[in-house]
Design a protein around this ligand. Structure first.
Ligand code: 4AD
Ligand code: MG
Length: 467
């Protein structure tokens, strides 16, 4: 359908322009398509505000009631109706460009039971109608920043000479080893097997299979030939954490870099985070302004200052000291050896450092098997990046490159070495020091938009008890 994007009308004011390969005379009659967001009438004119998803701004359509009696435009008045309006652009002081209607085509009527009748709906309510959320300004803004952020991520890595690899979604290996894998099976619910092994042998792959929790292990294998790679794909965790920052299906960005130690990868992570923030705040000005108006006060300034400050770095051991000396009553008590909870993470990044902070060198026992063991015999060369408002957004480590140490760490955890034979081969054949990290894409999106609940960053969020 030939039509002019509303974004083009507001952003490229010139006499002629090209939209969808067609040249339009902006001073003539142009067709504009969209959905009616609001409508109202006065004695002599009717107004439609339409939006086509190309910009957060609505285009005001003016209908001269003398020229067009009510029956002509009546069907366009219900909120949600889709229309194609032919009209002439006229500049008004208040609204910028407005479209004075010359003719109207109703593309799809919208009955009164359309749930988005009001101007404002709570996010809780919108979660009950995810299929209609993209019709709201809020989700239009979230989804556009999501798209820009994805592009910024690819742009960064491409520019830095990383190769994008696609790791499998169905896998047999549990990377994080936390037992949170979803099972993949074609076995009927009543399939019988004498032993677990027999049961899985009858299944599609002839072995136990699940959805990946991380592309890291396969990513490491690719890095062993390509030097620097990254993955960007969906990951799945059957965690029963019903929080505002956990989803069962989320996207992860996982770079893996050879010939790099923990300090090198932290430098890369810091540069990467700053670069993608800069990209988003430079390209999503309208969206940023909108999120500020929706409660994320000072968002743009805050992000802008993150781009220009060095992230803090503190060891886990010192972080535990800071928490103990804080005089705060935490719900989960703190002691050397415990995993940091969100409340601890947020205290460190929001109240102590007041900026993003890398916590380094965690106790070996609370971290994954693949992390490089430090000479102290107690900690590993791992770091989490914590940011204000959220807590952990990145999990990162140097990998244990020594075959014997890695195998010992796996045995200590009761992991079947045979199932990880190919992974272990990377340490047998020309092993190199290497490091990588995983950024939770939705958490990053929360950070740059100020969105408070991960459920509002995904088109169709999957969380425990909710599909
Ligand atoms: O810290 P995690 O578990 O690290 C890994 O998966 C490593 N294999 C990464 C690597 O070194 N290649 O997860 C990485 C990040 C977390 O910091 C968090 O931002 C996000 O993934 N994440 C989640 N995001 C949303 N919902 C969940 N359930 C998440 N679990 C982790
Ligand atoms: Mg983690």
């Amino acid at each position: 359908m030939k039509h002019v994007d509303i974004a083009v009308i507001f952003n490229c004011p010139s006499k002629e322009y090209v939209s969808h390969g067609q040249i339009y005379d902006m001073e003539g009659v142009i067709p504009v398509c969209g959905w009616v967001r609001t409508s109202r009438e006065s004695k002599n004119v009717a107004f439609l505000e339409i939006n086509d998803g190309t910009t957060l701004r609505n285009l005001q359509v003016i209908i001269d009631k003398e020229k067009f009696p009510r029956p002509y435009y009546e069907k366009a008045m219900p909120v949600g109706t889709s229309v194609c309006v032919y009209g002439r652009l006229v500049r008004s002081e208040r609204n910028g460009e407005e479209l004075h209607m010359e003719s109207l085509e109703i593309l799809g009527e919208c009955p009164q039971d359309f749930p988005l009748q009001k101007k404002y709906h709570t996010l809780e309510y919108l979660r009950t109608i995810p299929h209609l959320r993209p019709r709201t300004r809020y989700f239009e803004a979230v989804l556009r920043v999501r798209s820009t952020l994805s592009y910024a991520i690819h742009h960064y890595f491409r520019y830095e000479g990383f190769t994008y690899v696609h790791t499998p979604i169905i896998t047999g290996s549990d990377c994080e080893g936390a037992g949170e894998m979803f099972r993949v099976t074609t076995n009927a619910w009543d399939a019988k097997g004498e032993t677990a092994e027999e049961y899985y042998r009858q299944d599609f792959f002839g072995t136990k299979a699940g959805l990946t929790v991380s592309g890291q292990l396969e990513g490491e294998m690719a890095a062993m030939g390509l030097g620097r790679i990254y993955t960007f794909g969906p990951t799945f965790r059957a965690e029963h954490s019903n929080t505002t920052r956990h989803a069962a299906e989320f996207w992860q960005i996982e770079p893996e870099v050879c010939f790099a130690d923990l300090n090198d990868i932290m430098d890369i992570a810091e540069d990467f985070i700053k670069s993608i923030i800069e990209d988003v705040i430079g390209n999503c000005l309208d969206e940023m302004e909108y999120f500020e108006s929706q409660g994320a006060k000072g968002l743009w300034d805050r992000l802008n200052s993150v781009v220009h400050t060095s992230f803090a770095r503190v060891s886990y051991t010192d972080a535990i000291d800071l928490l103990k000396r804080s005089g705060k009553e935490f719900r989960y008590p703190v002691d050397w050896g415990v995993d940091l909870q969100t409340e601890h993470e947020r205290y460190l990044t929001e109240e102590v450092f007041k900026k993003p902070v890398f916590v380094t060198d965690y106790p070996m026992d609370i971290k994954a098997f693949y992390m490089k063991q430090n000479p102290d015999g107690k900690t590993v060369a791992a770091t989490d990046l914590l940011v204000p408002g959220i807590g952990e957004i990145i999990g990162c480590s140097e990998r244990e490159a020594d075959y014997n140490k890695l195998a010992a760490a796996m045995e200590k955890r009761g992991m079947p070495l045979e199932a990880y034979r190919e992974y272990l081969d990377t340490r047998r054949y020309g092993s190199v020091p290497h490091s990588g990290f995983g950024l939770g894409f939705e958490r990053m999106l929360m950070y740059v938009t100020g969105v408070q609940n991960i459920r509002d960053t995904l088109l169709f969020p999957r969380t425990v008890g909710s599909l």
